[in-house]
Design a protein around this ligand. Structure first.
Ligand code: PA5
Length: 474
């Protein structure tokens, strides 16, 4: 089960010298690549923790045993968390569970999807504090049959903490003292207010290793617990990640797909292609794209480089879904500025087959489809879009996976983690911090009256001043 990277369509012999890369351009980065590789490999046992997660048997045992303990008691799992504390789990859920998982009967007939096989819970990801989505969900579900997984590494992200407080109150009202049994906290193993509070209140807990940042936490309890509650085979997911680790630890950039993909992205950026579009031809990879976008944006968008010099650097990731966005964004990609590189993700085989029946054969505009399959049409659209972009000298390349299953999704997620870490080295920035996000958090604390953030509160007041001349009332 191999992932392949085909980058023919970024090369100059295919799209020409003005926009394409020559093998020599790639080889120029070889020396730097070797240094970055060495650095990543040295640090994987120290401060870059995501590499070790797929090998962590203790973590796996903890997650499996907790889900076994809880699975039979709850019909629903609501995940409270935001950013890296939500997107990984959501990506796995979207990729591997039935597209309408939550609507399926728990006792339905056995099928290819986890819920039917494993009698799994309904899963909801609340990654926003929009009251108009939060409140209706809580009102709709039977809270006596609902488990909440509160995920926050810092233990103090305002959105997640606000949700937790609201839920605790509701649960107390609904189930009394038993409310504790309805909450699992996933947070730092030692630090942070939620860790302390979990100890005092007696909540069940899972840990996020201190050396794993939010957006690299998909193979920690953050992604694994909701996934196993949804019925996903997380052992296979981790096996896929380990398999990809082997491939992505090869030092030769011409043999390592994650390194090569990062190099292509970096060289494209150097040539003015500062928008990086990810375009899977699969609805099951929709949330995977969102996970990837956060990983890429938060890791590479930085104001300073590793030497502290102002650089304001970073490619802008954009999500597109084939074929849907052929009818939305593609016009711009075909004819707009030469500022984009497109990464297609192709799935070779789908789980379901839909044949297009032969009918209306006299109508040549319609009849030609009869006797073909939707899968064939899907593939034809991808091939056609790829060729059209290539003809227009638009840089594009394709990552292909044989099909979507826990192993290949494990591979894909790990591939992009390594690609991003390696790209951090090429862009010469720290891909593991997010000072820009932190600043927004601090200003929010100031506005909401958190102790110690009074100065930030004053800054917000200043920032709220408006010149009426620039405000138009409709
Ligand atoms: O990737 C990141 O580090 C961020 O997106 C965080 O995951 C996000 O801000 C949530 O933080 P926390 O898990 O501390 O609540």
């Amino acid at each position: 089960m191999n992932l392949t990277l085909d980058f023919n369509n970024v090369m100059s012999d295919v799209i020409g010298h003005e926009h394409g890369l020559r093998p020599e351009d790639i080889d120029v980065v070889k020396g730097r690549g070797a240094e970055i590789h060495k650095n990543l490999q040295e640090r994987r046992k120290a401060d870059i923790g995501f590499y070790s997660l797929p090998y962590d048997n203790k973590l796996l045992r903890e997650v499996l045993s907790l889900s076994k303990e809880l699975a039979g008691s709850f019909d629903n799992l609501i995940v409270l968390g935001i950013g890296g504390s939500s997107l990984g789990g959501r990506a796995i859920f979207n990729a591997l569970c039935h597209p309408y998982h939550n609507l399926l009967s728990r006792t339905g007939s056995v099928g290819v999807y986890p819920r039917l096989k494993r009698n799994a819970s309904s899963i909801f990801f609340c990654d926003n504090i929009d009251p108009d989505s939060f409140e209706p969900l809580l009102k709709m579900l039977d809270l006596r049959k609902t488990l909440f997984n509160v995920i926050t590494k810092s233990g103090e992200t305002a959105e997640t903490v606000a949700q937790f407080l609201a839920v605790k109150k509701l649960l107390e009202k609904e189930v009394g003292k038993k409310y504790k049994n309805h909450i699992v906290i996933t947070t730092d193993p030692i630090k942070g207010p939620l860790r302390k509070l979990a100890g005092e209140e007696g909540f069940k807990t899972l840990s996020i290793p201190p050396n794993v940042g939010g957006r690299y936490s998909v193979f920690s309890a953050v992604g694994l617990f909701p996934s196993t509650m949804a019925g996903v085979d997380i052992k296979k997911l981790l096996a896929g990640a380990r398999d990809m680790d082997k491939v992505c630890s090869i030092d030769n950039i011409w043999k390592n797909p994650a390194y090569m993909s990062a190099i292509i992205q970096y060289l494209a950026y150097q040539r003015g292609k500062n928008i990086s579009v990810i375009m899977p031809y699969s609805n099951a990879l929709r949330d995977f794209s969102e996970w990837y976008i956060q990983l890429w944006a938060e890791s590479l968008g930085k104001s300073v480089n590793l030497k502290g010099k102002a650089v304001n650097i970073g490619p802008t990731p954009v999500k597109a879904i084939g074929t849907t966005d052929q009818h939305s964004q593609l016009q711009l990609y075909m004819e707009g500025p030469y500022d984009k590189i497109i990464t297609f993700i192709e799935v070779k085989k789908f789980k379901n087959e839909v044949s297009i029946p032969k009918m209306f054969e006299d109508f040549k505009e319609i009849g030609y489809l009869g006797g073909r399959s939707m899968e064939e049409l899907f593939r034809a659209e991808l091939v056609a879009t790829r060729i059209a972009l290539t003809k227009n000298k638009r840089m594009n390349y394709t990552i292909t996976i044989p099909d979507i299953n826990p192993f290949t999704i494990g591979q894909l997620l790990f591939f992009f983690e390594v690609q991003t870490a390696f790209a951090g080295g090429l862009f010469n920035v720290n891909p593991f911090n997010q000072p820009g996000v932190e600043e927004g958090k601090k200003l929010t604390y100031g506005m909401m009256g958190k102790k110690g953030y009074e100065k930030k509160g004053a800054e917000v007041k200043e920032g709220l001043r408006r010149n009426k001349r620039y405000v138009i009332q409709g």
